[in-house]
Design a protein around this ligand. Structure first.
Ligand code: ASP
Length: 322
């Protein structure tokens, strides 16, 4: 055996890996998405057990800060953190010091004093997650910033498509409706393209130029809500919601048998989506909500474990699950 030379540098502990955030789908590579979907699949299996809690993030603190209303995103992040045994706190702008005029920066510094591992932030302004990343030591997950990005929505949609249609690569997805105001559309267009799907955008000319007939060619029809709260006041994107429903609403007559229908919620039944479509077998809307939980568990797990984790390494052993 040859001599073994140990250099001084070899004995130094490895430098801590850089802090990772999830602010945009553009932050991720295809390998990252595949790893996250693989981890989510593992967590989905763990949720089939009677004892659903995993000890994985015990002692970690996840703070959810929501400056805009939310049902699915806020509840699934809270439950995801709890299922992984992390401590959680949820702050809503209404009822907090934001009501008293506190700035985002001061709120972030205040919450940063509790040393959170992750801050999940929803905010009406583009760039808010970057500001919080600058003034705290936490990893930031963007849960929606204005019209810009909603990366975990895109991940849960990719997961739903992968699980329900068996693949993403080569599929054709039509995104229908108010694309202009939609962070869901922006994140999904990027995510679907990254994973090799083809995307057609369909909607009224002011919101997007395409005929509703274009949806018949798609494997998946992804319906968006009319986001009136994000439209400029007085702007006339569509003559009326009645007319929008008549011309652009996704009805059974406009679909082909076997097409899958998705919607990020909340739905305006009878506006962008016909109730018969929302309640049909082909609709994956409830499946998306379930996917939201396991995908967000995967995102929290991934951000808090050092470096990329092989999917195999994420499979909890029976001991870890117990
Ligand atoms: N819930 C999604 C979002 O927060 C979609 C919507 O609001 O229509 O962007």
């Amino acid at each position: 055996m040859g001599d073994l030379h140990v250099m001084r540098d070899d004995l130094r502990p490895p430098a801590p890996p850089p802090k990772r955030h999830l602010i945009s789908i553009g932050d991720l590579t295809r390998e990252d998405v595949e790893r996250l979907l693989g981890t989510a699949r593992t967590f989905e299996r763990s949720l089939e057990r009677e004892m659903k809690k995993l000890p994985t993030l015990r002692g970690r603190l996840v703070i959810n800060v929501f400056y805009e209303s939310s049902t699915r995103t806020s509840s699934s992040f809270e439950l995801a953190a709890k299922r992984l045994s992390a401590d959680t706190m949820s702050i809503k702008a209404a009822g907090s010091s934001v009501d008293k005029g506190e700035s985002l920066k001061d709120t972030a510094i205040t919450l940063g004093a509790y040393d959170p591992d992750v801050i999940v932030l929803r905010h009406p302004h583009i760039g808010a997650p970057q500001l919080v990343a600058r003034v705290t030591d936490a990893r930031i997950v963007n849960a929606g910033d204005g019209k810009h990005q909603h990366p975990t929505q895109a991940l849960l949609d990719l997961y739903t498509i992968q699980e329900q249609l068996g693949r993403i690569e080569g599929l054709h997805v039509a995104i229908v409706g108010d694309v202009l105001h939609s962070r869901v559309a922006r994140s999904n267009i990027q995510g679907l393209a990254l994973m090799g799907a083809r995307v057609t955008l369909v909607g009224p000319p002011a919101l997007l130029p395409r005929g509703i007939e274009a949806i018949r060619a798609a494997d998946v029809v992804y319906v968006l809500r009319m986001q009136r709260e994000r439209m400029e006041e007085g702007a006339n994107y569509v003559p009326s919601l009645r007319e929008y429903a008549a011309r652009w609403g996704v009805t059974p007559e406009r679909l082909r048998p076997g097409q899958k229908v998705m919607h990020p919620g909340p739905m305006n039944r009878g506006v962008e989506i016909d109730p018969r479509v929302a309640d049909a077998q082909e609709a994956l809307i409830e499946t998306q909500v379930r996917a939201g939980l396991v995908v967000r568990m995967a995102v929290l797990y991934d951000l808090l474990t050092t470096g990329p984790v092989a999917v195999e390494a994420a499979v909890p052993t029976p001991l870890q699950i117990a």
